[in-house]
Design a protein around this ligand. Structure first.
Ligand code: COA
Length: 148
């Protein structure tokens, strides 16, 4: 199940964060997300175990996937997809989305592409020297249906 993240989840979130990223966010950076009014922070819990989380920002005209991570032993079970589904439903179909992802992060790029995100440029050294990121964008879903 997906629910709002709580301060009491910080230990588990920190341990997934450290295991998932070469340059993990500090605990203070993660904690700061609880206090930003534009930030939404959700966790996925399976049988009481915190298996993953997502942070998204509602930046007015557009939304941003700030981070999403799933504990290694829970990956490839559809949890990343459930977290993104939840975020996209929250924003509504009319929202535009953006994100940055490391150019070598094939799993995440495949996941985002499957939701219609497309590459819109490279940001050099975004994650440190020699570690580039793709900017990816997702347009608002047309509510008018297919035009013949
Ligand atoms: C990216 C991540 C969140 C995906 O979570 P997940 O729960 O394993 O993803 P899902 O099981 O929902 O997979 C959804 C889709 O993502 C893609 N995907 C996920 N893992 C993949 C992999 N190892 N290789 C290629 N594609 C992958 C596939 O398109 C997959 O759909 P499919 O299973 O139908 O083929 C997870 O790999 C992770 O936590 N990685 C480390 C943190 C990270 O890099 N986060 C992204 C920051 S921008």
């Amino acid at each position: 199940m997906i629910r709002d993240a709580l301060i009491t989840d910080l230990d588990e979130i920190e341990s997934i964060e450290r295991a998932s990223f070469e340059e993990p966010w500090s605990r203070a950076s993660v904690e700061a997300e609880f206090y930003k009014d534009y930030s939404h922070f959700f966790v996925y819990e399976e049988n009481g175990i915190l298996a993953g989380y997502i942070i998204i920002w509602d930046l007015g005209p557009e939304w941003e996937v700030v981070t999403v991570a799933v504990a290694e032993r829970f990956r490839r079970k559809g949890i990343g997809r459930k977290l993104l589904d939840y975020a996209l439903i929250l924003s509504g179909a009319g929202a535009e989305w953006r994100l940055e992802v490391a150019c070598d992060n094939e799993a995440a790029i495949r996941l985002y592409e499957s939701y219609g995100f497309v590459e819109a440029g490279v940001i050099k050294n975004y994650y440190g020297q020699g570690r580039n990121a793709f900017r990816m964008l997702r347009e608002a879903v047309s509510l008018r249906g297919n035009e013949a």
